[in-house]
Design a binder for this molecule. Structure first.
Ligand SMILES: [Zn+2]
Length: 167
């Protein structure tokens, strides 16, 4: 009746209780059987370690939602700050070119803007570069006799690197 290993009777070894069993034995057998159930339950439930798949999936889903919200904003802010930096560069080139023209009897400036404007002894000490890798073009427009320096970035169309018109 008792198993050799645990000293607790195996469920299969406990005889079925019927109406013909002796009433005095029923309570004892029930207690022993209940103890064996508790014992096997404790043995079959190991100590939990780590996370379940569902818990990991919930965490991954939360991170995914947060990333979906944060990443587009981050990309948008970065693009906008790059655009503003480029406009600042173009404004610097334009004002420097206008000053250079005033000093040089309104000489024309174009592809020579880097050699004329950039350098340790010139208006711009370090050559300004577009944060998005665009290239600057300097021209002098002549609209109705009013000459004006126009600076454009090659990312004018795709990234709106456009110098706003002065008031
Ligand atoms: Zn640019």
């Amino acid at each position: 009746m008792l198993s050799a290993n645990s000293g607790i009777p195996n469920k299969n070894e406990i005889p079925a209780i019927g109406y013909d069993s002796k009433p005095t034995c029923n309570a004892t057998i029930f207690l022993i059987d209940f103890a064996s159930i508790l014992h096997t339950h404790a043995m079959k439930t190991p100590h939990r370690q780590g996370f379940t798949l569902v818990e990991i999936m919930i965490v991954v889903a939360i991170i995914g939602v947060l990333a979906a919200i944060a990443i587009p904003n981050f990309v948008k802010n970065r693009r906008e700050s790059q655009r503003r930096a480029c406009i600042e560069n173009m404004h610097l080139i334009m004002t420097s070119a206008e000053n250079w023209r005033t000093e040089n009897h309104m000489a024309m400036i174009g592809d020579n803007w880097k050699t004329e404007l950039v350098g340790p002894a010139n208006y711009i000490k370090v050559e300004p570069t577009c944060p998005c890798g665009g290239t600057y073009t300097v021209t002098v427009s002549d609209e109705e006799g009013l000459e004006q320096v126009v600076v454009t970035c090659s990312h004018a169309e795709d990234m709106q690197h456009v110098l706003p018109p002065e008031d």
